[in-house]
Design a protein around this ligand. Structure first.
Ligand code: AMP
Ligand code: GLY
Length: 423
């Protein structure tokens, strides 16, 4: 197959790295890609939401399969675009159609889905500017902290967790009336606060069958000890040590099965990854969110532990034969540490030369915000590179990642030195 991956982050470099090893993969393209993908695939200078340009490339490069990395094109209906165009109908798309992508595109839709299918999650109500007063009243019935979520996509910034009731009311008004997150906060979901430790469960489904991939834990805050602003993710560990087999059985029975069955019942075609964000409350897993794609940097530890041929898995997703495949997972732990530009997630400089990557021997480097220019690799984003390692334990893997990082340098490079600190 000729395969086109949409996206340009560490997640997409990892997917490309894995597909490049597939016996199913002939020619591999990434749009737009980065300095990592250009070493193993051909980068195409196309935006992930420019469907017409994606169509042109699909036809001219004779693409057989499109693998969608980020959520935006899915929520905007890239899969539907392929189904509805006669010249593209033969192309397999990995990623759900628009209707099901609402699981990530609308928090309210996701909550209603969970309620309908009896999937454990935080109690909630949703509000618009029309019933702001009722929103205030609902806040009064809850205990702090208060969880306010913009309904729509807000680049990972749409969730506020606030201790003070008056401040929560002000923010609710900011979101609903003053469009704090633009149109994304025209509806706000107010949720019960769940107190526990977070983890992520990744599922691949063809709409009928599903396979559970390794669990991972992501470190979202910029500062050590989980402090400071939220980022896209500063590091990840797989497997999650506290997700033992009895806990995983609960996740499968109470969450994964009803999710896949619910999608079918609701007539929401789904071929792709489901990323289930969970909190362990006591011994009970509860869903905090669905994403309709893989996580970043979780992918950088999940796919390296997958022994299966990813091209074969995707093919089975496309022809709905995933049930006949056995998933084979590497027993070793994998960890990744994200190198970021100084200042991220606020303003940061780009165009810094990255050195020392050639000296790294015991880790895999997945490029994220990095681009090749005249033979040099320069920073081009906030999250620059993920340093992934294997180990018999996650501690051993982390040690390797941190040792590898000592070789790498760019101006104002920053990373968290405490990934895994809470395990
Ligand atoms: P989300 O975008 O829904 O994943 O929310 C972002 C982050 O907010 C999550 O990763 C959690 O750390 C936190 N969060 C979201 N919902 C809740 C909740 N109901 N209780 C506690 N923390 C939450
Ligand atoms: N690392 C979190 C995400 O990809 O949404």
């Amino acid at each position: 197959m000729n395969i086109l991956i949409l996206g340009s982050g560490g997640r997409e470099h990892t997917i490309a790295w894995k597909l490049a090893q597939s016996t199913e993969c002939e020619n591999l393209y990434v749009a737009p890609g980065n300095s990592g993908t250009t070493q193993i695939a051909e980068n195409l200078n196309i935006k992930v939401t420019d469907f017409e340009a994606i169509k042109d490339a699909t036809l001219s490069k004779e693409i057989d399969m499109v693998v969608v990395g980020p959520e935006d094109p899915l929520v905007q209906g890239v899969h539907d675009f392929f189904i509805n165009d006669k010249s593209l109908q033969h192309v397999a798309v990995i990623g759900p159609q628009k209707a099901a992508a609402q699981l990530e595109g609308s928090k309210e839709f996701a909550k209603e889905f969970m309620m309908r299918h009896n999937i454990p999650t935080a109690a909630y109500q949703s509000f618009t500017s029309e019933n702001l007063e009722e929103g205030y009243a609902f806040l009064e019935t809850l205990n702090p902290p208060y969880v306010l979520k913009a309904d729509g996509l807000a680049a990972g910034k749409g969730v506020l967790i606030i201790n003070d009731i008056e401040e929560a009311k002000v923010e609710l008004k900011n979101m609903l009336v003053d469009a704090k997150f633009g149109n994304a906060s025209a509806t706000v979901v107010i949720e019960e606060f769940l107190d526990g430790i977070e983890l992520s469960c990744f599922v691949l489904t063809d709409g009928e069958n599903y396979k559970i991939l390794p669990t991972a834990k992501d470190y979202k805050r910029i500062g050590e000890g989980d402090t400071g602003l939220n980022t896209g993710g500063m590091g990840a560990v797989s497997p999650v040590p506290f997700a033992d087999s009895s806990f995983m059985e609960k996740i499968e029975e109470q969450i994964v099965k009803p999710t896949v069955k619910g999608l079918k019942e609701d007539n929401l075609p789904y071929k792709g990854f489901i990323f289930i964000g969970l909190i362990k409350v006591g011994d009970q897993p509860k869903v905090i969110e669905y994403n309709v794609r893989l996580g970043d940097p979780e992918t950088e530890v999940v796919l390296p532990r997958l022994k299966n041929d990813l091209g074969q898995l995707f093919k089975a997703v496309a022809d709905e034969s995933l049930g006949s495949i056995n998933i084979d997972i590497d027993e070793r732990a994998a960890t990744t540490v994200m190198l970021v530009s100084g200042g991220y997630p606020e303003a940061y400089e780009k165009g810094k030369r990255i050195s020392g990557t050639d000296e790294v021997e015991n880790s895999i480097l997945f490029h994220a915000g990095a681009q090749e220019q005249d033979g040099a690799v320069l920073t081009s984003g906030g999250r620059v590179m993920a340093v992934t390692s294997y180990g018999n334990t996650y501690q051993e893997a982390l040690k390797k990642s941190y040792q590898s990082i000592e070789n790498i340098n760019f101006d104002k490079m920053y990373y968290r030195k405490d990934i895994g600190f809470d395990l």
